[in-house]
Write a protein that binds this ligand. Sequence first.
Ligand SMILES: CC(C)(COP(=O)(O)OP(=O)(O)OC[C@H]1O[C@@H](n2cnc3c(N)ncnc32)[C@H](O)[C@@H]1OP(=O)(O)O)[C@@H](O)C(=O)NCCC(=O)NCCS
Length: 183
Amino acid sequence: MKKSKIIDAMMETARDLGLSPIKIKGIDSLNLIKLIPPHTAEPICRAITSSLPEWFGQSEANERYAKGVSERISFAAFDHEEPVGLLTLEFQYPENGNIYWLGVKKSHHHQGVGAGLMEAAQKYCIQKQCQFITVETLSEKNLDAAYLKTYEFYKKHGFQPLFEMPTYGPECLMVYMLKKLSL
Ligand SMILES: CC(C)(COP(=O)(O)OP(=O)(O)OC[C@H]1O[C@@H](n2cnc3c(N)ncnc32)[C@H](O)[C@@H]1OP(=O)(O)O)[C@@H](O)C(=O)NCCC(=O)NCCS
């Protein structure tokens, strides 16, 4: 498929995907989550990253992810015109959608934005006939208060821990989580 066609296809809105509205205070919340053109994901990723120093404190990794999101498939959540959340998917194998990057601006935590992005991502993966959705995150064994919340968020959304690896060095135990999607 031509690049422009792929981008057109990615411009569907949450409503097209049959998503239920997500709740962000003070907004009617229709069409708040959108598949976005890949090149627009990079500045959104950078803005969200800078609001989350407890999670994203490594500038080299942040730089890699900011570039990486622009080559993958991203959903953004908007509060009026302001992008407040981003979830980026990659499809290295057709059966699986992997969450490459996820973040919600600190100012918008605990308002259902993360849940809305997760719902959008899962619907998209199901449309692509994926059987699974996966994610890599910091293991709860690292006892990092910020990432414990992240781990609980994934568990609450049905992800099961599968195995751990010190992928980025001995101090940094990562956990690999999977959720089976119901087609
Ligand atoms: C993980 C993350 C994406 C979750 O985003 P979020 O928008 O806060 O998620 P939600 O609002 O959907 O859910 C979080 C909590 O808010 C609660 N909540 C949801 N809507 C709510 C509302 N309208 N009012 C009050 N609470 C609400 C949820 O029930 C949940 O509660 P719990 O933590 O007690 O289970 C966010 O914390 C984040 O950006 N973390 C930093 C980056 C990160 O960890 N990225 C992933 C790296 S692998």
